[in-house]
Design a protein around this ligand. Sequence first.
Ligand SMILES: Cc1cc2nc3c(=O)[nH]c(=O)nc-3n(C[C@H](O)[C@H](O)[C@H](O)COP(=O)(O)OP(=O)(O)OC[C@H]3O[C@@H](n4cnc5c(N)ncnc54)[C@H](O)[C@@H]3O)c2cc1C
Length: 960
Amino acid sequence: MKQTPTPNASLSQGRASDTTRTMLLFTYCYTLLTAPFLLTHFTFDILLALFPWTRPTKEWSLNQAARMRVVRLVLLSWSRLRWGDRLTLRPGRERNRFEVMQPRSPKLYKGALSDATIHPETIGTTWTPARPPPPALVRPELTVALHFHGGGFAIGNGRDEDTGYLARTMLQHMGCNLVCTPQYRLSSHSSGNGRFPAPMQDALTAYLWLLHEKHIPARQIIISGDSAGGTIALGLLRYIAEHGAELAIPSPGAVALWSPWVDVAAALDQDIRRSPNYGTDYLNGEFGAWGAVAVSGYGEFDASGPYLSPLHHPFGPPVGGGTPMFLHAGDREVLWDDIRLAAERYGDVGWKVHLDASRHCPHDILLLGSRIGFEREAEAAAGEARRFFLATTDLKLRTQEVSGTLRSLGITRPLAIGLRAVSGLVRQHDARVPRTSHCKYQVSHLRTIHRSVTEQHHSHTSSWVSCTAMANSIPNGQPTDGLYFDVVIIGAGISGINAAYRIQTEGPADFSYAILEGRDSLGGTWDLFRYPGIRSDSDIFTFGFPWSPWKHNVSLASAEHIKTYATQSAESQGIDQHILYRHSVVSANWSSTEKKWELQVTVAGQDHPIVVRSRFVLLGTGYYDYEKPLETVIPGIENFAGQVIHPQFWPEDYDYTGKKVVIIGSGATAVTVLPAMAEKAQHVTMLQRSPGYVFSLPSNSIITALLFAILPVSVAHYLNRIFWLVRSHLTTVFCRAWPGLAKLIIKHATIRQLPPDVPWDPNFKPRYNPWEQRFCACVDGDFFAALRSGKAGVVTGTIRTVTRETIELDSGERLRPDVIVTATGLKLRFGGGIRFAVDGKPFRWSDKFAWRAAMLQDVPNLLFLTGYETASWTLGADVSARLFVRVLREMEARGATVAVPRPSRAMPDKLMMSLNSTYLKTVGEVLPKAGTGVWAAKTNYFADMARAKWGSVSADLDFS
Ligand SMILES: Cc1cc2nc3c(=O)[nH]c(=O)nc-3n(C[C@H](O)[C@H](O)[C@H](O)COP(=O)(O)OP(=O)(O)OC[C@H]3O[C@@H](n4cnc5c(N)ncnc54)[C@H](O)[C@@H]3O)c2cc1C
């Protein structure tokens, strides 16, 4: 059905523009003259907002009332000055998240969408948090919200500055994976190509592009729109209902409309000031009139037609029907009555409608919630949409767990809230704890919709729980054999996830990548190890990703907590969508003729390996063997009648209550396990051949706490990382520069914490200097507290033999454990156990030098991600990931497809790692060699990062 042209449709665009210009001149003068009055009025209103009973509604806070007034003034000024947005197809600050969509075949734009002068055009779109994975990786669990922004058809651009908050709210609270916000043509633009049906054409372009270019199945798409974007979304649905069957355009999975503008014509013939909600909204009549006049082409089209005023022209759901429609509005917005009526009318013609009203709220809080102080209500509304869709569709929306998950991990609340008690410095907006009594929204059912969950609020400590099914699913049920990607990352541990982030944000925009992971879950080390008390032993602030703030004030975090953090971080950036679980790479061969890597991959549950090809391979495979522990010779251990456990293979739910435990080893694992086991065991002994350094690190830091209390999270995160980076760097430098003094300080700190029956010498007097071998950290001195409790002890000596019931030492001492824990280290392995070859010729890692400690001599397009021994691993892995992105850019600039490191001179062989802990003794046999210059090992984060970002990437690197 065509939008009805009005009698003055013959007005030429030129004439319309002349009239507009005259009008604008008049408006500018008028605005200038009335500005003093407006400002006085504004100041007066702000003063009135100081008292609850003089605010537009007494339920608003001063913050909300004041912000509403500001937005109202700004919008009024824009409307009077006709200050529309200018659109550009340049990526801008959205960089790789911005894409350009080409229109589809003209035949697909029929009926109301075909126009003599307005034709479909190329438009841009922004993805949040990232572009979707390559089509081959699109899973049934991927849900995309295609959202059309509001702004009266006159303002807005779908970029971060406009829809950033809305997109994040949809991701976090509605549970979709990706949000796509097209920048459809605006009617305010002087070119005149944005009037009806331009926005509708663009909406169709965007939808078809998702279906055909991105291969997102329609049932996994939620069509969404706020305010005027709601009109567009409804227009797109009407088009699908009218032409979908004929043009083979399928219906979307669901519809979400946020304060939709369902009667554009009303803005031209009704006085908005007569609405009872006029005082509690920021919308003004001039804004509506501007948008309505502009979109209808200054009278060329009748705005009261079905596409622009869908309130008066309800239509049934598209063929196949059943698409549920979620409608949200504020009950104090000027459009409230229209929206309520629309919900009734659309319900009457067969839609499954659910109207959700946010009490005391103005217009479009999903778009402007963060600017006008209605975040809580916006988040609750998005959460309500999720519940509705879960109840009525097959959409796989991520499940949000109320803070329970983190509470179970021992973290009660976000850092800033915990701080309130300490410092009283927490700003009001941080105190968003779940309080049902503060809930300000209600739900009315216009159609009987199952809604099992009552109002539920989510604090910002809430976490997403990945569907476990996701780990098992193969994209859209397709086999993964024969897939090709620009980059294959092997390993979904901390290094692999971080590299994925760097590639998708800083790499070439159209690069496709996949992560092949042998396990059925991400996290690597933090997924594998399950021994009691497992936690990080370097501070989590530098161990965490630079791009994903660690929001809790615990400096050493548990494995479970790190795993949750890694999962959330990957999901928050859409990286999880690129992971192929249960895909273990067994061999990799570089073909010089094809200029590609060919990977043989075993897939759990499949008999034969599959082949995956890529231009580049990135190794995030860690540094140890996942299947085999380090074989240490403990004489007679096979005779022991009790249980012998290696921490790498901790038996699930193993109950050691009341047992006598001996832990063999003195490294980080032993220091962690001892206090954890001492809680339940009868007694725990740490049996060590030689002692190491153990120092206590406070679980909370006052500086971290203060930073997060007084600064916005992003700034606090940045400064806190710098603080911890510098702190750990200075500690290492100090220990290495003044080992004698460092030893003395540690000695005194240790003796102070030891019980009288555990002497410092020989138990805590190492034979090496601090940081020659690893330093072990314990949290708040828990290790020493366990010793003082009498439930744990330390024995230093050499094992002569282990018998059926005892461990006999050279000193003649005998230990009688029920359980032996062999915390004797890890078996070093490099490159994930993959058999590598170049043109069919295998090579040994240890024969080759490593270029910038990341690429292998004479091996093309291969990069490995390793960390530091004396600082958090992630820092080193990030240096290599950023280096990779630099190399990619250099290749792009040179038009090269292959990069191979080749030494230009002879070099002395050096070790890649400088520590000499027992389990690192085989470094030279496993790891590549370090040399000098660009072949030197990574040792200093600051210098290495500077080199990765700004240093030469062409020295000793051949491009072809
Ligand atoms: C108990 C323990 C505690 C630690 N604590 C700290 C700490 O506090 N601070 C610190 O900086 N470092 C610590 N480390 C070192 C730790 O391993 C790194 O910090 C970091 O987690 C390594 O991350 P990664 O992604 O590089 O490797 P990993 O975490 O080892 O992940 C490698 C991933 O690659 C996958 N993979 C391997 N081979 C293949 C293959 N062929 N095909 C497919 N997938 C493959 C594995 O399944 C795994 O998921 C600790 C290590 C251990 C064992």
